[in-house]
Design a protein around this ligand. Structure first.
Ligand code: 4AD
Ligand code: MG
Length: 506
């Protein structure tokens, strides 16, 4: 019977049969170390020339990366291994030899990996990301189901623009123009009036011809909508929700976070109350006119820049010293390899730091000159969140940069009761939400002001004609959340087959 690697602990000291693929291979004198992966985990399998017959040893030697095979052997505890166990191999049955797997364990450029996304998914990092993605989805359902929310689905073909007309994908729906949904919200508002507290979890589409690390053309969104909720209750729910997901991943997926080298400080801080600041306060922070816990955003950024410059200088010196030591000769081969790898790593770090060195002055400039009334850009969000060690909620936004359905602030008609939740560490907006306009007259007025076609919203206006109530909701960008949890450099790594401007294959 086949044992899955994740269950090896149950078979300690016994014989187990594993089946999987070669993820890595090293050879030593009379030994082959195969790192086997089977989807459930990774396990080092040791093939010792003295313990197996010659054909088995030859097969192990010949097996290249991605070779599929069955292995039988004794399960031995080894704390140095990822899963804590190792297999002392007795038998090998190769299902398919592979000798020319295109992805090796050396560093490949990201463009190449994206072309080979169907294979890249097999790497340990991607394995960790996809497992966290799966668990995050589960945790989200659990959170809402435990709290009495009903999951309802919004259509994907729609006649309405929910989030403005500039990012719509148009399709031909039996001769009629239809759009791929930008958001399930408007329909969730309808189901909330039937079921009270609902959430949708579906694919959404935005035609954004921008190639940023935070934008996909096809992404998944979770959109809760609650009758009788106001903006404050909405923010309370966002906070509880984000904290729940982070805590769940932190407790259930520590091994995957370790594979990713994820810094866990923020996970440890997630119990702290998320600060809530108004848009106006956010602008004051950007202008350096408002300090947070004694820290000034612009001064902090200037210090960051100094640290970046120092970091570059330190690494360049380290690289030079290692290169000189190698050039001097007399170093053992193993140590030379170790140093060469270290130099590669340092060079990559220098590249990243140099990018920061170029970016930070631009960020400073755009913060200093930020115009009140403009939307926050990625760098502005980074600067604001840099001062906090939890997500931050920015609420009370200028009406002109937010959607038509947001309710105006009772005290100042120039503002709406919207909220964005910004994740720290440079990730920025993960949630956008609002209390909704519940007056029929005002909503009709907004639709006209936003130049939207009234006919397409007739059904939506019915919700304000027949038993309108205060209500609120928000949308969490699922891939943005996974990106933050896993700390991957680009959102395209958080979804198996990303779709964004310029990428339709594989
Ligand atoms: O802020 P947005 O546009 O809000 C809405 O769509 C509302 N209707 C949600 C609601 O109140 N029910 O989008 C919500 C979230 C963003 O905060 C972001 O996390 C994510 O969706 N998002 C994207 N994620 C990846 N790629 C894109 N192009 C995204 N655009 C938005
Ligand atoms: Mg938004």
């Amino acid at each position: 019977m086949r044992t899955e690697i994740c269950h090896l602990a149950d078979g300690e000291g016994k014989t187990a049969s594993l089946a999987g693929w070669v993820a890595n291979k090293r050879t030593g004198k009379g030994l082959v170390f195969l790192e086997l992966r089977d989807g459930s985990g990774f396990c080092q399998c040791v093939v010792d020339e003295n313990n197996v017959n010659p054909e088995v040893f030859e097969a192990a030697k010949k097996a290249g990366l991605a070779t599929s095979l069955r292995l039988e052997g004794e399960v031995v505890k080894d704390d140095r291994q990822v899963g804590g166990y190792e297999l002392q191999v007795q038998k090998v049955e190769v299902l398919q030899f592979v000798e020319d797997y295109p992805i090796s364990n050396k560093a490949h450029g990201v463009d190449f990996l994206l072309e080979k996304r169907h294979l890249w998914l097999r790497s340990k990092r991607q394995w960790a990301v996809m497992r966290i993605r799966s668990r995050t989805k589960f945790a989200i359902h659990q959170f809402f189901q435990d709290r009495g929310f009903i999951q309802t689905d919004s259509p994907i073909f729609t006649g309405n623009a929910c989030e403005g007309t500039t990012t719509l994908f148009a399709t031909d729906f039996y001769g009629e123009e239809a759009f791929l949904s930008q958001s399930g919200q408007l329909y969730a508002e309808a189901t909330a009036m039937a079921l009270g507290k609902v959430y949708t979890f579906g694919p959404t589409f935005r035609a954004e011809k921008s190639k940023t690390r935070r934008h996909l053309s096809e992404f998944w969104m979770i959109e809760p909508e609650m009758a009788f909720y106001d903006l404050d209750m909405n923010m309370d729910l966002i906070e509880e929700f984000i904290r729940y997901i982070v805590t769940d991943i932190y407790t259930t997926h520590r091994a995957e976070l370790e594979v990713l080298g994820r810094d866990l400080t923020l996970f440890e801080n997630i119990g702290t109350t998320f600060p809530r600041i108004t848009y106006d306060e956010a602008v004051e922070i950007l202008h350096g006119k408002r300090d947070v816990n004694g820290e000034n955003a612009l001064e902090t950024l200037e210090k960051d820049l100094e640290a970046v410059k120092q970091g570059i200088a330190d690494r360049k010196k380290d690289i030079e010293e290692r290169e000189a030591a190698i050039a001097a000769g007399g170093m053992k081969k193993g140590k030379v390899n170790f140093n060469r790898n270290k130099i590669d790593t340092l060079k990559n770090e220098v590249k990243d730091l140099e990018e920061k060195e170029r970016n930070i002055p631009q960020w400073l400039e755009s913060a200093r000159t930020f115009q009140h009334g403009a939307d926050l850009g990625g760098s502005d969000e980074t600067i604001i969140t840099r001062l906090f060690n939890t997500p931050v909620m920015v609420y009370k936004w200028p009406k002109d940069i937010k959607a038509f359905y947001m309710k105006r602030d009772e005290e100042d008609d120039n503002y709406v009761k919207g909220v964005d939740c910004l994740a720290p560490e440079g990730f920025g907006e993960i949630v956008g939400g609002a209390e909704r306009e519940d007056s029929l007259e005002l909503l009709e007025q907004r639709i006209k002001e936003h130049d939207l076609p009234m006919e397409a919203f007739e059904w939506y206006l019915d919700l304000r004609k027949y038993g309108s109530v205060p209500h609120a909701g928000f949308g969490l960008g699922f891939e943005r959340m996974v990106m933050w949890l896993t700390n991957v450099p680009h959102i395209r790594e958080t979804i198996p087959f990303p779709r964004y401007y310029g990428r339709l294959f594989p």
